[in-house]
Write a protein that binds this ligand. Sequence first.
Ligand code: HEC
Length: 124
Amino acid sequence: MRKFSIFGLVAVVGLLVSGSASAAGDAAKGATIFNKCKACHSDVAGKNLVGPSLFAVVGRTAGTEAGYAFSAGVKALGYAWDEAKLDAWLASPKAVVPGTKMTFAGLPNAQDRADIIAYLATKK
Ligand code: HEC
């Protein structure tokens, strides 16, 4: 019985930790994770590389960065990038837009995604 309640407690604590982890991103950690994006993206306004500039991407309508040739699929999304949309995109770009030019498998870790989104939110 005692053993059982300890397992119960561990499960509850685990849920609390993972719950809060997905809610709050750490921008400082996100700055390090951005190294995975740098081969294709800058976080400088107007500086497009293989991918569009990610400056002010949070709140921007998908596929609208000036001077960048997006795939038809991203242009057709028609929504602004908020936390939830970015989370889905960063988990698997291909799952969101099958024909996307972003040849990046995705960030499997939810905390990594929250952290990079928090970092991108500082770029405005
Ligand atoms: C191998 C190159 C590559 C890597 C690595 C990469 N991207 Fe991309 N990304 C692209 C390309 C190319 C596009 C344009 C996609 C399209 O038009 O289909 C894009 C598009 C995007 C968009 C949509 C921007 C908009 O204005 O609509 C976001 C957001 C994004 N990437 C975030 C990231 C983040 C964050 C990372 C790192 C975790 C990352 N990308 C890693 C190439 C890359």
